[in-house]
Ligand binder design. Structure first.
Ligand SMILES: Nc1nc2c([nH]c(=O)n2[C@H]2C[C@H](O)[C@@H](COP(=O)(O)OP(=O)(O)OP(=O)(O)O)O2)c(=O)[nH]1
Length: 138
């Protein structure tokens, strides 16, 4: 729970998992808080929107893909200087289209497992998500 009475920013983030056990990370574009940091794709949930609808919209905008379904992995909260964020993280195994950096952002497929990501720096809230991912059955 928020311990500081700050408004909570609800965010949907999606881990695209391919058949070879790789997942996709993207680099935050210029102009956003934490520009240059790596994250999993996603963005803020709009008023009245479901987590899935937000994820579908954000992944269309950011990656140019269409997702069919998602499974909740974890919900986690992080108190950043710019916002108190509640992150709804989902796994996505099926999509159509080829993920592309539609906002000019770099993308990197990472191997699922014990190894640290080969890109850095990561958003602070990415670490508990990656820890949870390690225990995922592909
Ligand atoms: N997409 C995404 N956001 C994350 C992750 N980890 C994490 O702490 N966040 C935080 C950073 C931001 O404060 C917030 C996401 O907001 P955003 O700025 O990317 O969202 P947006 O695209 O809707 O932003 P906007 O520019 O349209 O306002 O969630 C993550 O893995 N993926």
């Amino acid at each position: 729970m928020s311990n500081s009475n700050r408004p909570v920013t609800e965010v949907a983030a999606g881990i695209l998992l391919d058949a070879e056990g790789r997942f996709l990370m993207g680099q935050r574009p210029e102009g956003k808080p934490y520009a240059g940091y790596w994250e999993v794709p996603g963005g803020k949930i709009e008023a009245g929107e479901s987590v899935f609808a937000a994820l579908k919209r954000e992944l269309q905008e950011e990656l140019g893909i269409d997702i069919e379904s998602s499974e909740e992995l974890i919900i986690l909260e992080h108190d950043y200087p710019h916002a108190y964020v509640r992150l709804h993280v989902s796994i996505i195994r099926k999509w159509t289209g080829v993920p592309t950096g539609c906002e000019g952002q770099a993308l990197s497929w990472q191997i699922l497992g014990d190894a640290l990501p080969t890109v850095e720096p990561l958003l602070p809230a990415a670490w508990p998500m990656l820890e949870k991912l390690k225990h995922l059955k592909i």
